[in-house]
Design a protein around this ligand. Structure first.
Ligand code: GDP
Ligand code: MG
Length: 152
């Protein structure tokens, strides 16, 4: 509550994303309160924490959002991302499942819904190239590229 009379120049919303148990909540606890808990339970209820920072002579209120355990159910909603200017994608560097020679294909599905497209083909293509992934746009509904994707 020390910043009660402080003029806030910016409020920046940043979201934490990543699988459950990778350490998102503990990263936030460390940042916001300089705390760490070894046996942290899945986050319940807490939506975000704030920390006021002085950056380049501006007072910035960082509003960091933490998934309230929804990532377990793949239930992180668009409301979570709304208004965010940044996202931190967190993974646990002690967990790695796949062989490093695995071949990965990025699939943009539902290409039959062209009028609703939000991700341009070129963007996905560029991303795939950069990340060394195969890339294909498919439609399970219209059977577009399905065979080709699996055969490739
Ligand atoms: P979340 O589900 O992504 O929010 O993960 P939590 O923040 O709840 O952390 C899951 C578990 O990993 C907890 O037992 C934490 O104590 C532990 N953990 C989180 N960060 C670290 C870290 O940097 N190092 C170690 N060794 N354990 C961590
Ligand atoms: Mg958590």
């Amino acid at each position: 509550y020390g910043d009660y009379n402080q003029k806030i120049d910016y409020v920046f919303k940043v979201v934490l994303i990543g699988d459950s148990a990778v350490g998102k909540s503990q990263l936030l606890a460390r940042f916001a309160r300089n705390e760490f808990s070894v046996d942290s339970k899945a986050t319940i209820g807490v939506e975000f924490q704030t920390k006021t920072l002085s950056i380049d002579h501006k007072t910035v209120k960082a509003q960091i959002w933490d998934t309230a355990g929804q990532e377990r159910y793949r239930a992180v909603t668009s409301a979570y991302y709304r208004g965010a200017v940044g996202a931190m994608l967190v993974y646990d560097m002690t967990k790695g499942h796949a062989d490093k020679n695995i071949v990965i294909m990025l699939i943009g599905n539902k290409c039959d819904l062209g009028s609703l497209r939000a991700v341009p083909t070129e963007d996905a293509q560029e991303f795939a190239q950069r990340e060394n992934l195969f890339f294909m746009e498919t439609s399970a509904l219209e059977a577009t590229n399905v065979e080709t994707a699996f055969l490739t």
